[in-house]
Design a protein around this ligand. Structure first.
Ligand SMILES: Nc1ncnc2c1ncn2[C@@H]1O[C@H](COP(=O)(O)OP(=O)(O)OP(=O)(O)O)[C@@H](O)[C@H]1O
Ligand SMILES: [Mg+2]
Length: 261
């Protein structure tokens, strides 16, 4: 049997919605995650799609341990540990990357390995590897303020990769990148995933990106799983010229459109 890396059991989360009225007693409970169940196996690459506001980021924040569920639980490593807060074993990449403004590019990327008490040579090796991956060698001594938005985003991604975490949680990490850089980062991410044998949960708005990257695509709608579909095409053959690739893209497109009706 495959090793269950993350098990999400009967998970629910609500927020209080005050937008419907002005008085405190007008607060309505809004269920954002609604009795969600999902098993993610070790070394799997999962992509999560779904219309805006369906609860994707909330789900990721729950797995990251940044917020707590109202009901249910999330277990890691074959049910051995229950998630109760953030952990270095779970690296998180957000859409917006909050870099340390007082650190240079290399210090930002080296931060995680330093906290993990790696020695100087190990840190340098890791920093060099990921700086070269994002193509910012010339900027290693620059501060975030001196970089463009896209460059900052690449540093944020490199910083998360540098932790070489067991589980990588990514919330639309490539959405602000230009097409060329994005395609490059997708390739790099697949390389890192294979190399580090990590388990990835990757949220995206791009159906094509999901079908390019994932072993399995989860489409969410209003806090639960609408479809959970494995991509049965070799990664080398996932191009727009391949009718099977397009079939998957259209399948998910219809799902999301129907959900929006
Ligand atoms: N801290 C919060 N307080 C109140 N409501 C919240 C909070 N965070 C999220 N929500 C609400 O929960 C719902 C789900 O939000 P979430 O950010 O998980 O959606 P999403 O699927 O990631 O959307 P997007 O694709 O736009 O990023 C939304 O309706 C949002 O308004
Ligand atoms: Mg989101």
């Amino acid at each position: 049997m495959a090793y269950v890396k993350i098990e999400i059991k009967n998970l629910s989360k609500h927020y209080e919605d005050t937008s419907k009225g002005k008085r405190k007693r007008d607060v309505v409970e809004k269920k954002v995650i609604d009795d969600l169940n999902l098993k993610i196996y070790a070394n799997e690459f999962i992509c999560v799609l779904g219309h805006s506001g369906c609860g994707k980021s909330t789900l990721l924040n729950l797995i990251a341990g940044y917020i707590k569920p109202d009901e249910g639980e999330i277990l890691v490593n074959e049910g051995k540990t229950k998630i109760t807060g953030p952990s270095r074993e779970r690296g998180v990449v957000f859409q917006e990357h909050a870099l340390f403004p007082w650190y240079t590019v290399e210090q930002n990327i080296g931060f995680g390995p330093k906290v993990a008490r790696k020695n100087k040579d190990e840190i340098k090796e890791i920093v060099d590897k990921y700086i070269s991956m994002i193509g910012l060698e010339e900027f290693r001594k620059s501060y975030p303020d001196q970089l463009s938005g896209g460059m900052k985003q690449r540093v944020g991604i490199a910083r998360a990769f540098a932790n070489e975490a067991d589980i990588l949680l990514m919330d639309e990490p490539f959405s602000a990148l230009d097409e060329f850089t994005r395609a490059n980062m997708q390739k790099e991410l697949l390389g890192i995933w294979k190399n580090n044998k990590s388990t990835v949960v990757f949220i995206t708005h791009s159906i094509e990106e999901a079908v390019i990257l994932a072993d399995r695509v989860i489409v969410m709608g209003e806090g639960h799983v609408l479809t959970d579909t494995g991509i049965d095409v070799n990664r080398e053959e996932r191009t727009v010229e391949n009718p099977k690739f397009l079939e998957y893209v259209n399948f998910f497109k219809e799902f999301i459109q129907d959900d929006n009706k």
